[in-house]
Design a binder for this molecule. Structure first.
Ligand SMILES: NC(=O)c1ccc[n+]([C@@H]2O[C@H](COP(=O)([O-])OP(=O)(O)OC[C@H]3O[C@@H](n4cnc5c(N)ncnc54)[C@H](O)[C@@H]3O)[C@@H](O)[C@H]2O)c1
Length: 364
């Protein structure tokens, strides 16, 4: 079987990480093109990844700050082409499949172009910025009669989350009643405002709750407790969300994106006959200088590196078979609907019902 020729759109932090992954760790695939309006960044990344691993020079996200001179149109560095226009990358005959890692506001147009050109696509969350545009994407894909979109909810591929899902599904602990989730980042840029905490961070636990309970979220309340004084932009941080499932089960989520310490994601499931917790970070415990403990990951790339590797490898393998193997466009739509209600709840200080189309009416 021929290698899958992948093009990546948006090579900031996440896109550069995926680019390095495809080049260095994924089998059955080749990175052939990247696109980013920041041409120096795209050129620096293409050049650094065209060098064999271990050769000095910028790699991965470090290349994102590179200072190569800007070029326009399409250029190539060691086989990885830089195509300025993301829609041209999608339509390019030399690109078999696309990874979208541009900011969320660009996803809708780029996803529609992937559908138009029948290109399989792994799209980073959020699917799109709102419920309506997400539903349009779901409907357009359904019209094609083939699933081409997989959404980057990578927690589903993390070994700990996967083990938790397997345990809960086995029924060994009885029915699952509650989920307690914690999602903390060391810090985020000042441009990361209150709504983004819902749409870009909480969205992961929205998907986790839908996936672990295998149920839709009917109602969401997002509380804004006393905010940290350590962010200057007035963002409501931390936030505490209550997700009420259609079955009556409940998930709570603390999201705190300026926690200062490091990246921490935890989930405890409480069931009828026991509980199970993941994300305790108890990898290696050390004792030194009068203290004991372990390390807190710096960011999501360190904590979920394995999950991203598994996610992308399984997406490549499934794409070669003409399938997807992970969260669907519908999952992206459902998460967008919950986040839209969550932002309204945050703004109005009250619980908000989630408004969603019926799956059977949209997908038959
Ligand atoms: N799954 C995860 O855990 C995870 C983690 C981080 C980010 N993400 C998602 O990945 C995406 C990118 O996030 P990031 O943190 O890398 O952001 P970033 O700001 O570091 O990078 C975004 C890149 O996209 C480029 N860009 C801007 N407009 C564009 C357009 N119209 N078309 C193509 N490229 C464009 C920017 O120049 C930049 O290089 C977002 O959707 C984000 O939510 C997912």
């Amino acid at each position: 079987m021929q290698d899958l020729r992948i093009g990546i759109i948006g090579v900031g932090q996440m896109g550069a990480d995926h680019a390095e992954r495809v080049v260095r760790r994924i089998s059955g695939a080749r990175l052939v093109a990247v696109s980013d309006p920041d041409l120096p960044r795209a050129n620096a990344l293409a050049e650094s990844l065209s060098r064999p691993a271990g050769i000095a020079g910028a790699t991965g996200s470090a290349a994102a700050t590179g200072s190569a001179s800007a070029q326009t149109g399409s250029s190539a560095a060691g086989g990885i082409r830089v195509i300025e226009d993301p829609l041209a990358l999608i339509g390019d005959a030399g690109v078999d499949a696309v990874i979208i890692a541009s900011p969320g506001f660009a996803h809708a147009e780029q996803l529609m172009a992937c559908l138009e050109h029948a290109k399989p696509v792994l799209c980073e969350k959020p699917l799109t910025m709102d419920t309506e545009s997400s539903l349009r994407v779901v409907e357009a894909e359904h019209k094609l009669g083939r699933q081409l979109i997989q959404v980057g909810f990578m927690r589903r591929f993390d070994p700990e989350y996967a083990a938790l899902k397997q345990l809960l599904d086995s029924g060994e602990l009885g029915r699952t009643l509650l989920l307690h989730n914690v999602h903390r980042n060391k810090s985020v840029p000042e441009t990361f405002r209150s709504e983004m905490i819902v749409r870009d961070s909480l969205v992961h636990e929205v998907d986790v709750a839908r996936w672990l309970f295998d149920d839709e979220i009917a109602r969401i309340t997002v509380h804004a407790p006393k905010p940290t004084s350590l962010v200057a932009n007035g963002a409501l941080d931390p936030q505490l969300a209550i997700l009420e499932m259609a079955s009556g089960a409940i998930a709570d989520v603390e999201v705190f994106v300026n926690f200062q310490v490091g990246y921490e994601v935890r989930c405890e499931a409480v069931a009828e006959k026991g509980s199970a917790t993941i994300g305790l970070g108890v990898d290696v415990l050390t004792k030194r200088a009068g203290q004991w403990g372990g390390a807190v990951p710096e960011d999501y790339r360190a904590r979920f590196g394995t999950a991203y590797d598994v996610e992308v490898q399984r997406w490549v393998d499934a794409t070669q078979r003409g399938e997807i193997d992970g969260p669907t466009a519908w999952d992206g739509y459902a998460a967008a609907a919950v986040c839209t209600a969550g932002i309204q709840s945050l703004q109005e200080g009250r619980p908000v019902e989630v408004e969603m189309a019926r799956k059977s009416e949209v997908l038959g």
